[in-house]
Design a protein around this ligand. Structure first.
Ligand code: ZN
Length: 331
């Protein structure tokens, strides 16, 4: 059942991913806007058409598309829409929407290099890279214009952009001051913490981002806004009164998980991959990309707090607890 809630309607669309359905939003304004598209599958298109139908609309009524981030469940189905329909989003979406050979090469060499430094088993390294052929559920598209912090959304007066990088380097959320509504994509979800996914540096050859630290800063940022309700990319809405408690409990949980990693490293120094194997013994093989992102997030967090130290040994980073570092001879 799809209904208008004021000028917003939520459509839940199926995805082939473990996360389940994704929420996209129709927002009425000067332009009828779709926020996120769902994934590019026949099933999703059917559900989108059916949902729009319940509102008395069809695909061709959508006048513009605004993206929270570039992931395939959010931006994958741009191909369903006429090329004349303008698409807006953060500038960091574009490399994923262009998906040039050059970007893929850069992406793959970054991950192979970083996997080496993390000590990832040779047979799993290729799981961190992408072949053009294997990439599905994405659409190629040029954005009409880029959205940045504080911008008012085109066609939606009163809605402003909050940059919320972490889960994705392209991630933005939208906030309307007049009624405190927030459309937060995957930045804040009622039931799950989004994975701080690793991405290649934004500048080729540059320093990699530390997505969990970015994510925490972006979560902290939400505490400054009086929020009445959060519409999320997956699952139900979050009541504004619960937002700050939810954020604080997420910080606490995150800190506790990191401290578990620190206690592992107090026993002995480990590579990133060894930490990953210990944290996710059952799934690290099948989901090496996701589990490694989580692991690197914890290690970045601990490094930032000064709780651990890093040492390069034959091209591999060895992580150790800062309090038990052996006071070896300094040459
Ligand atoms: Zn996502």
């Amino acid at each position: 059942m799809v209904n208008w809630n004021g000028d917003i309607a939520k459509l839940s669309l199926p995805t082939p991913f473990a996360v389940g359905d994704v929420n996209v939003y129709i927002v009425k304004g000067d332009a009828l806007t779709l926020i996120d598209t769902g994934v590019k599958t026949v099933q999703s298109k059917e559900a989108l058409n059916a949902g729009l139908g319940e509102l008395g609309l069809q695909l061709s009524d959508i006048e513009q598309i605004i993206l929270t981030h570039h992931h395939p469940d959010h931006a994958g189905a741009l191909d369903f829409f006429d090329k004349k329909v303008p698409v807006y989003g953060h500038k960091n979406n574009q490399r994923w929407l262009t998906l040039s050979d050059e970007f893929l090469d850069t992406h793959n060499s970054f991950f192979l290099d970083f996997a080496g430094k993390l000590g990832v088993a040779e047979e799993l390294k290729h799981r961190l890279t992408h072949d053009k052929e294997e990439i599905q559920f994405l659409s190629k598209r040029n954005m009409q214009a880029h959205l940045a912090e504080g911008d008012e959304l085109p066609g939606l007066p009163g809605w402003r952009v909050i940059e919320t990088p972490g889960h994705a380097q392209s991630h933005v959320s939208f906030y309307r001051e007049s009624d405190g509504l927030m459309i937060a994509g995957d930045h804040l979800l009622a039931r799950i913490s989004p994975n701080p996914l690793m991405e290649p540096p934004l500048i080729v050859g540059g320093v990699r981002q530390r997505p969990l630290l970015q994510y925490n800063a972006s979560l902290q940022k939400l505490l400054d806004f009086p929020i009445s309700k959060v519409y999320s990319g997956h699952g139900g809405e979050i009541d504004g009164e619960k937002v700050s408690d939810l954020i604080r409990s997420r910080f606490e949980r995150q800190h506790n998980r990191a401290m578990q990693v620190k206690s592992m490293l107090q026993e002995k120094p480990l590579t990133g991959f060894e930490v990953c194997q210990r944290l996710f013994p059952k799934v690290y093989r099948q989901e090496v990309d996701l589990t490694l992102s989580e692991t690197v997030g914890q290690l970045d967090y601990l490094e930032d707090l000064g709780e651990i130290e890093l040492e390069m040994q034959s091209g591999v980073i060895l992580y150790s607890s800062a309090t038990t570092v052996s006071k070896g001879i300094i040459y």
